[in-house]
Design a protein around this ligand. Sequence first.
Ligand code: DGY
Length: 330
Amino acid sequence: MVRRKPLVVVTRKLPDSVETRMRELFDAKLNIDDVPMDQAALVEAVKTADVLVPTVTDRIDSAVLSQAGENLRLIASFSNGVDHIDVSSALNRGITVTNTPGVLTEDTADMTMALILAVPRRLAEGAQVMIADKEEWPGWSPTWMLGRRIWGKRLGIIGMGRIGQAVARRAKAFGLQIHYHNRRRLAPGIEEMLDATYWDSLDQMLARMDIVSVNCPHTPATYHLLSARRLKLLKPDAYVVNTARGEVIDENALTRQLEAGEIAGAGLDVFEHEPAVNPKLIRLARQGKVVLLPHLGSATLEGRVDMGEKVIVNIKTFMDGHRPPDRVLP
Ligand code: DGY
């Protein structure tokens, strides 16, 4: 019996090498023009595909899933986070969901560390002065554009999974004192290796930190984890960095606090309503109080190729009748 190749619908343009491999292995319907799919296109895709490969820009909610054809057995997401997929709804329909954990850990931790350095040391502001038309560099001065020292400060990491730990390793090398809050405390050996102090109470940790880094996934439990009330616990000279998901912070509350000067600054790579960015945050960035990046945490060529390879392995393993390595559990 000749087994037909699975119809794999990919919602966005992927690196060329990944697309070539997908063409070889699958009946791959690629999106080489990279036009984001609207709801109607996603519905069409789930009606026909055996496998859907979405990314973080696609909302695979229960309305889309309710239209899934009986062939759709696997959603192999090209992403680490899966908050864009209604996983329970997929699982209830017998659709397996996979993601791409691990391969973007180091890249995301690098970007987190970059923001931890960039915001207190006024990197974006300084770089802007050198290229701005109007503002000229007045030359070195003992009191001009002073930032805040990183070394010796307290870093509070919210979410001590793979990425949080990779941030801790980097931050330790920069002389930061590592503190963390996590659902579960790390094993003593790992805590010792990272020289990390565990806080069972997020509130108590927030009140003591100089820099807070959000590195937990967005789930119903972490939505607005940094709520208006919790943000108020931060010291006025504290900085907030977020490379996880915008939804973990109440963005309006954060913006209000930055505007009021109740915290010192923020470095944000993710936003609550991407790709829309609160205009007040943009204004604050122009004033040098925040550094905004366009969700670049895992944006390296190597990382994207590795993610693509993970997607392929997940699809192949599943199609061969085995449990895919990166199955997302309820
Ligand atoms: C992910 O995969 O979850 C990242 O946020 C995308 O870079």
